[in-house]
Write a protein that binds this ligand. Sequence first.
Ligand code: SAH
Length: 227
Amino acid sequence: MSGQPTSRGIGMTSARTRERLIQRLGENGISNTAVLERIRSVPRHLFVDEALASRAYEDTALPIGQGQTISQPWVVALMTQAVLPPGNGGGVPPLGKVLEVGTGCGYQTAVLSPFARTVFTIERLAGLQRAARTRLNELGFGNIRYRHGDGFQGWPGQAPFDAILVAAAPADVPEALLEQLAPGGRLVIPVGPAGQQELLRVTRTPDGLQRELLSQVSFVPLVEGMG
Ligand code: SAH
């Protein structure tokens, strides 16, 4: 679990603006109350530049440098909800190992953290990775492992994963990620070219891989190799 957020920028993040965001997510298909609670409690304003902190509780993506963005809260909530077992599985935490591709500023990582025993997160841009690690350490997150690498390859040494979340869009689902999915595991990934991406959930069932379309979405591209 997270430690206490620092007080930086707290004046700009009134309970009311956060409440409006939660209400909006609820109206737009986020039904899992544990996920909504998590979005309410993670201080998103600490994951963006101070100049953007006043916009942190709007339901939009925001720039985080190097041409990348912090994902829209609705997308983070949808992806988190989509990897959780039905009824949250009853376990504490509900998921064992979770792989995240595209750490970015670490916001999705922070939202995921209490739902997993361990979150393994990969980022190809070293600068973003370093900043995210420092921030998440300061906030007291202890169950996160970091890797500077290419998410197309997954993290073979830690596979299989109960859930895999990908925060950037490849043209097709990478084979390595499917191979690293545990039985019953769920992969949530945006696929397709800019402007025409679909968020998919792929579940490894006893009968094979089952694909579901969750939503039309807009992500930055998944880029091969390390930055
Ligand atoms: N969940 C993050 C989203 C960041 S945007 C957040 O809320 O901040 C997507 C991230 O994926 C970017 O930081 C980008 O550098 C990273 N990325 C793109 N291709 C990648 C790859 N092949 N491997 C690892 N990370 C990648």
